[in-house]
Design a binder for this molecule. Structure first.
Ligand SMILES: Cc1ncc(C[n+]2csc(CCOP(=O)(O)OP(=O)(O)O)c2C)c(N)n1
Length: 253
């Protein structure tokens, strides 16, 4: 399969320069590199800027409800276990509205891939703070600045006994494609947290590239816990490890 086979004729309505274009390209390369056929895949999407990817990928699937992309993916997997399910979702959908589905998909280790476009903002609805937004984030919904500390999704995934946890930089298309390919090939639930700028909202958290560094694939849980603690999502301090932060070797389920 060529990545171009995955394109559609739908006009793309993301903002010019949106990092979602790069995520789309990485996803196409990963799917093409997986060795599987187009008909082996099913995709699910949420509601949000991220989920418009449904229209731009020539794959079957369900464009679902906000916070429910993972739950819809689990349903597809249960209905037809032969399918390779990819569930796309934003940080708002996954870590606010749909957080229970995320935790249990990881805990039950359904054989599917969860791809979170984390721009630390509810962007489609004009930038309200999500569970991963930093304290002090000023928006129309938080005019005095967000009060609460952000959730660390990597720590949450570790606590949920996830068997594959990765973090990538949306701007690094090649690296993201390689990590996504590993996630697709993982037997069990793979979670890929994509760090993504939003060019319109929560601009204070953009351009974290200099904080990021690539790691070798890690299979040690204690090391993963240390890696997870290196950045708290709350400021532009610390280092942000990217790559496969944890993969369990033992096959479960
Ligand atoms: C249950 C429910 N809650 C809220 C909304 C309104 N809503 C639609 S899109 C959206 C923002 C999506 O943000 P996110 O999931 O982070 O994705 P992004 O747009 O940033 O890619 C919200 C709040 C909804 N449609 N359904």
């Amino acid at each position: 399969m060529n990545p171009k086979d995955l394109s559609t004729k739908e006009p793309i309505t993301w903002c010019p320069g949106c990092l979602n274009y790069m995520i789309l390209e990485s996803v196409k390369r990963a799917i093409a590199g997986s060795g599987l056929k187009q008909t082996d895949f099913a995709i699910t999407t949420d509601i949000g800027c991220n989920s418009k990817i449904y229209d731009y990928l020539n794959l079957s699937g369900i464009y679902g409800l906000h916070g429910r992309s993972v739950a819809t993916g689990v349903g597809i997997k249960l209905g037809n276990p032969k399918l390779k399910v990819l569930s796309f979702i934003g940080d708002g959908g996954n870590y606010n509205e749909g957080i229970a589905h995320f935790i249990h998909a990881l805990r039950y280790n359904f054989d599917m891939t969860i791809i979170v476009h984390d721009n630390q903002s509810f962007s489609l609805t004009t930038g309200q703070p999500t569970a991963t937004s930093q304290q002090g984030y000023v928006s129309k919904a938080s005019p005095q600045g967000e009060k609460f500390k952000p959730l660390n999704p990597i720590k949450l995934a570790l606590a949920s006994n996830a068997t594959f946890i990765a973090r990538v930089n949306a701007r690094d298309i090649n690296h993201t494609a390689k990590v996504l390919e590993k996630a697709i090939k993982h037997k069990g639930c793979s979670f890929v947290e994509v760090i993504q700028d939003c060019l319109i909202f929560n601009k204070d958290m953009n351009n974290k590239d200099k904080m990021m560094y690539k790691i070798k694939d890690n299979k040690n849980k204690q090391v993963a816990e240390k890696l997870a603690n290196e950045w708290d999502y709350n400021s532009k301090k610390g280092r942000i490890p990217i790559g496969v932060l944890y993969q369990e070797q033992e096959l479960r389920r």
